[in-house]
Design a binder for this molecule. Structure first.
Ligand code: GTP
Ligand code: 5AD
Ligand code: SF4
Ligand code: SF4
Length: 393
């Protein structure tokens, strides 16, 4: 193992602490385990199908539009306290009425325009996307989209896995290529608390098995780590994912939306997660797979697999953020932490042409300056941000 000089640990012990780093974000030293953190800037190969310069639509910070995250519903059958706490989103909460939700045809049309403008990855999200009826129909439409050069698009989906056992095969048959499943613990009691509805681990594992059988690959698993809730699940999850050949990514708990009561003290830093794993299963950093990759990659030194770390709080990655989000009600957002979006549904339903809609998206992207995670502070923590489940986490 490398022996490294690392900054002193702050007064909060090894947890995320309160120093703001000069580059923005909250500095979290890596405690001598797996430095250096992978450098995101010089990616080894271009982003998904990265096209030539003639297609590049750059925002004010010179970032191209590459990914469109599409929320197909704001509903979910889980009530994860970090996203949709049950006490706020109870029985009488007014989710979007059907008339305000884009049809599959409307979504596919807007996605096609985004692809014309440079998007190369489409990720279907929610809420929980699989609660939307007939979702494979949309996947079929999206899988037919091609870049201006005629290449296929990277088409994927993020799900809580609860309905995956039944839907993995129809989704794959419709053209879905890969999938990401959220799973915060292998322990039923811990997972039940993290999903807010006591949903059992075994059902998600069945969903993952079905995804594998259906040929969806690679399968990634996303784990949000929250202090006092699931730190003890980190190592069991790492061992399990390694044995199963899954790419596990740990996500720092974020101050998304305005209902989860986020506190910095609840964040388990990427540094701590890495230290926990590295102490037992030694790790080394790996270069990013593509420019703008959200997860920092690390592989086991014995070659038995890799993990990812999504450190939006302690290591912001806004400089390479190429993501736009389309909400279920047809608004375009240029940041996960946005307080407002641009209505595309009204002009779309009023009969605007593809060229007119493209001009709207282009104007939004050209004006984009978002870099919330780099600017995060006590003032921004309290902004009336749109909920993550509403804008396509
Ligand atoms: P790959 O295409 O497999 O690389 O996936 P991805 O990491 O782009 O997407 P995924 O949906 O798996 O993202 C994982 C998590 O990272 C999300 O659920 C968010 O918690 C977080 N995340 C994704 N994009 C952003 C972003 O633009 N900003 C911030 N702050 N967090 C993000
Ligand atoms: N912080 C970090 N990740 C979150 N997710 C939802 N809310 C948060 C939050 N507050 C993640 C879920 C899932 C994806 C859709 O977003 O775990 O993997
Ligand atoms: Fe549902 Fe995903 Fe939000 Fe959990 S994180 S409540 S599964 S949308
Ligand atoms: Fe992109 Fe906003 Fe996330 Fe920064 S905080 S990476 S700009 S979505």
């Amino acid at each position: 193992m490398q022996s490294l000089e690392v900054p002193a640990v702050g007064p909060g012990g090894t947890g995320a602490h309160r120093n703001r780093s000069p580059a923005g974000g909250i500095e979290a030293p890596y405690h001598g385990v797996v430095e250096p953190y992978p450098d995101r800037t010089p990616a080894r190969r271009p982003g998904p199908g990265e096209p030539g310069p003639q297609l590049d639509l750059l925002d004010r910070l010179e970032r191209p539009l590459r990914d469109l995250r599409i929320s197909v519903t704001d509903r979910c059958n889980f009530r994860c306290p970090y996203c949709m706490p049950a006490e706020v989103f109870g029985r009488d909460f007014a989710f979007l009425p059907r008339s305000l939700v884009l049809s599959f045809e409307e979504i596919a049309r807007l996605a096609g325009i985004a692809v014309e403008l440079g998007a190369r990855k489409l990720r279907v999200t929610g809420g929980e996307p699989l609660v939307r009826r007939d979702l494979p129909v949309l996947i079929g439409y999206l899988s037919e989209l091609r870049t201006p050069d005629g290449d296929p698009i990277d088409l994927t989906l993020t799900t809580n896995g609860s309905a995956l056992r039944a839907l993995a095969r129809p989704l794959a048959d419709a053209g879905l290529q890969r999938i990401t499943v959220s799973l915060d613990s292998l322990d039923d009691a811990v997972f039940g608390a993290m999903n807010g509805v006591d949903f059992p681990v075994s059902r998600v594992l069945e969903g993952i098995a079905a995804a594998r059988d259906a040929g969806l690959a690679p399968i990634k698993v996303n784990t949000v780590v929250r202090r006092g809730m699931n730190e003890a699940s980190v190592l069991p999850l790492a061992r399990w994912a390694r044995d199963e050949g899954l790419i596990l990514r740990f996500i720092e708990y974020m101050d998304v939306g305005h209902s989860n009561g986020w506190r910095l003290d609840d964040v388990v830093s990427a540094s701590d997660v890495l230290a926990t794993i590295d102490a037992v299963l030694p790790l080394e950093p790996v270069a990013p797979d593509y420019r703008g990759e959200v997860a920092g990659r690390f592989r086991y030194r014995d070659g038995s697999g890799e993990i990812g770390i999504i450190a939006s709080v302690t290591r912001p990655f806004c400089a390479d953020c190429t993501r736009a989000r389309l909400s279920a009600d047809g608004h375009l957002y240029t940041c996960l932490f946005a307080v407002s979006g641009t209505d595309l549904k009204t002009p779309l339903r009023a009969g605007e042409s593809d060229a007119q809609l493209a001009a709207r998206i282009r104007d939004v992207w050209l004006a984009r300056v978002d870099r919330y995670s780099e600017l995060r502070s006590e003032a921004t923590d309290r902004l009336p941000k749109i909920e993550m489940f509403a804008l396509g986490g």
